[in-house]
Design a protein around this ligand. Structure first.
Ligand code: PGA
Length: 252
């Protein structure tokens, strides 16, 4: 039997100045006592990464970034590269979040390049996929998810799939207070794992962590985590309050 270390990541999005970062992380550090065999990370905005790294030094909480560029350096005004994030102490980088697909026009091909750039920089990609409400109502959920996962993983060596993280985030559940039920989420997670097995092999696919995201809160985390293929959570709104993030990170 494979055991996958549960992973909870707080995605702060465009929230928190450096002063607010100090305030929030100090409260999280004061309250969080992490059970063994569990990983927790926070993804502040780029401007607060250094502040967060300083506060988290010596703690068990890891640092994540919310995006990166696919080139290591160059004439790309306003962009941030993998080596820059690595230097700041990031372990993870979120790639292809639905807000970036929607508002910044990110494509599967760009996401695949970013995944490779993250790996080259020694960062663990957290690849976001998810269907819109319209796609779900049309019965297209699994087709959309398969296209996005295949798109992001094009050119991946089968074995490299084991060390990536996938986050299933139905777009209709993000920031809406409307969570997928545990069984709705489990059905998609299982389909993703089956696809990963097609792209590599079942042993590799059983090692890859698949997180759920979309209105994860203290009152639904336990039932989500009880599902066989849900290996953690990508938490937006509820990660901005220390007590709710700590409760989610210490799910039962
Ligand atoms: P939410 O966001 O928890 O506020 O729904 C999740 C995400 O976008 O990662």
């Amino acid at each position: 039997m494979v055991t996958r270390c549960p992973l909870i990541i707080g995605n702060w999005k465009m929230h928190c100045t450096r002063a607010e970062t100090e305030h929030l992380l100090s409260a999280v550090l004061a309250q969080l006592s992490l059970p063994p065999e569990r990983e927790v990370a926070v993804a502040p905005p780029f401007t607060a990464l250094e502040t967060a790294a300083r506060l988290l030094a010596g703690s068990a909480i890891r640092l994540a970034a919310q995006n990166l560029h696919w080139e290591p350096q160059g004439a790309f005004t306003g962009e941030i590269s993998g080596p820059m994030l690595k230097e700041l102490g990031c372990t993870y980088v979120i790639i292809g979040h639905s807000e970036r697909r929607q508002y910044c026009g990110e494509t599967d091909a760009q996401i695949a390049r970013k995944v490779r750039a993250a790996q080259r920089a020694g960062l663990v990609p957290v690849i976001c996929v998810g269907e819109t409400l319209e796609e779900r109502e049309q019965g297209a959920t699994l087709a959309v998810i398969r296209r996005q996962v295949r798109g992001a993983l094009q050119d991946q060596a089968p074995l490299a799939i084991a060390s990536l993280v996938i986050a299933y985030e139905p777009v209709w559940a993000i920031g809406t207070g409307r969570t997928a039920t545990p069984s709705q989420a489990q059905a998609v997670h299982e389909a993703i794992r089956n696809l990963l097995a097609e792209l590599s092999n079942s042993e590799t696919a059983n090692t890859t962590r698949i997180l759920y995201g979309g209105s994860v809160k203290p009152d639904n985390i336990d039932s989500l985590m009880a599902e066989a293929d849900i290996d953690g959570a990508l938490v937006g709104g509820a990660s901005l309050q220390a007590d709710s993030f700590v409760r989610i990170a210490t799910f039962r």
